[in-house]
Design a protein around this ligand. Structure first.
Ligand code: SF4
Length: 453
């Protein structure tokens, strides 16, 4: 009998009212895949969001796309929402065909993302149980598992819910379950010691991009954000390893699109990001970079803006959130209006146009009023950038969660489905459906004008 351990890694479906592939990639699983392979494990994967047979609908040249969408019944708790609920990702037929094609694993490991996407995780576990029976242990990790551990333990059907940031306990669990020894020489003690993630394993028909993380963590503590909880201390990778990952995988995957997943990409840019970009552009000058996670205005300089422009940063997103000075202060002070205006100015000086500079504006913070959002939209418009609304999602364990629970008409503490940003806003005492629609139209009108200019 083989002494090698075999592990199946699964990225589950998304169940929601809407979902869009804005450079979504299971980067955590890709890191784990590399580490397991280094440890002598035979790794197979199923990415429920990425078909091996058909391309995602409406794939854009920048790598973004829609997901295949299948309407399904709503969870009972969401019956009051007058919208269709859907499963996003591959068909269940493809899921079973993929399971039939892989060897029987010793362990199955599943990741999870948004807390309110848990029905997709539960369904994936249910189908894995249908296929393998109860004999293969299932480990559930990821963001939902970390933030809602008790909920996941009670209801997910997983055998183990893993919420530790460190990898050593996970490797021990695998050895205990399988009664086999991993052949790892040295367990990485910090993020910079991790191997380069295996983007190739998760390649599907639609994979015209890959995501990259150059440093983990964030120096700020915004009251609505889970980054400090999930990432702990800031740790950066070496310039060389990031450059190697970009050059190797852009060739291997034959793509030019790279999405940065860093929460603080511009932190220490002179010693970190700038040398990375200089080295990459010397070897492959035709790449396109995207910033779905937004950047900090306060770290932006003309030098960075210029290198962004010259090295092919196509999607610029600034995390501004609000122009209301009091809200800025009480939520963590990550940005001031002056910082923001200076960052837009240097980006424009470097060559970016109004429509290139996207600015995220938060909607639905506890204590926020539609007029605050309206003011912020006008402020962004006047600064010569393009506003993008980002609806507030209350995240368990964050400082703002309790306050969000207090003002909400629904029980967001008990039911993670109500933490969905498109649900929570409907229960906010200050926002009506009309005011939300008004704000949405306001930003769409500004962006339409930008596109015509
Ligand atoms: S700056 Fe961004 S990543 Fe950092 S804590 Fe605030 S919202 Fe989160």
């Amino acid at each position: 009998m083989s002494r090698e351990i075999s592990i199946l890694l699964v990225n589950p479906w998304i169940f929601d009212f809407a979902a869009y592939n804005l450079w979504i990639e299971p980067l955590g699983l890709e890191y784990i895949a590399s580490l397991l392979k280094m440890s002598g494990v035979r790794v197979s994967v199923i990415d429920c969001l990425n078909s091996k047979l058909i391309k995602n609908p409406r794939e854009k040249p920048n790598g973004c796309s829609k997901f295949k969408r299948t309407t399904i019944p709503k969870p009972v708790a969401l019956n009051f929402v007058k919208r269709h609920y859907a499963m996003y990702g591959i068909s269940t037929e493809e899921f079973f065909d993929r399971l039939k094609a892989i060897e029987q694993p010793d362990v199955i490991m599943l990741t999870s993302i948004m807390t309110y996407w848990y029905p997709g995780v539960f369904r994936t576990i249910e189908l894995l149980r249908d296929f393998f029976g109860k004999r293969i242990p299932i480990l559930l990790g990821g963001i939902y598992a970390s933030l809602c551990k008790k909920h996941a333990e009670a209801f997910s059907g997983a055998d183990i819910v893993y919420a530790d940031r460190n990898i050593s306990p996970l490797l021990k669990i695998i050895e205990n379950i399988t009664e086999k020894t991993l052949k790892i020489k040295r367990v990485p003690e910090s993020f910079k010691e991790w191997p380069i993630p295996d983007h190739w394993l998760f390649k599907g028909k639609s994979k015209n991009f890959f995501a990259i993380l150059t440093q983990k963590g964030c120096p700020f503590r915004c009251s609505y954000c889970a980054s400090p909880l999930l990432n702990g201390a800031i740790e950066k990778r070496s310039v060389e390893s990031v450059v190697q990952e970009i050059l190797v995988y852009s060739k291997l995957l034959d793509t030019k699109n790279i999405a940065f997943y860093d929460d603080a990409l511009l932190l220490n840019a002179p010693e970190h990001l700038i040398p990375i970009l200089e080295k990459v552009s010397l070897n492959n000058p035709n790449l396109r970079f995207h910033l779905p996670n937004a950047i900090h205005s306060r770290f932006m300089t003309f030098k960075i803006a210029k290198i962004f422009y010259e090295t092919g940063f196509k999607t610029i997103r600034i995390g501004f959130e609000t122009s209301n000075v009091i809200l800025q202060k009480v939520t963590g002070n990550k940005v001031s209006n002056d910082d923001y205006l200076k960052s837009v100015e240097v980006l424009k000086k470097a060559g970016y146009k109004k429509e290139d500079i996207g600015v995220y504006i938060l909607v639905g913070l506890p204590g926020q009023k539609p007029s605050d959002v309206e003011e912020t939209i006008k402020f962004v418009d006047k600064s010569g950038a393009s506003p993008y609304l980002s609806f507030f999602s209350p995240i368990p364990q964050t400082p703002l969660f309790k306050k969000a629970a207090e003002i909400s008409k629904i029980d967001i503490e008990k039911e993670p489905l109500f933490q969905n940003n498109s649900i929570y806003i409907l229960t906010h005492p200050e926002f009506s459906e009309e005011s939300i629609q008004y704000l949405k139209e306001m930003v769409m009108d500004i962006r339409k004008i930008r596109e015509k200019d």
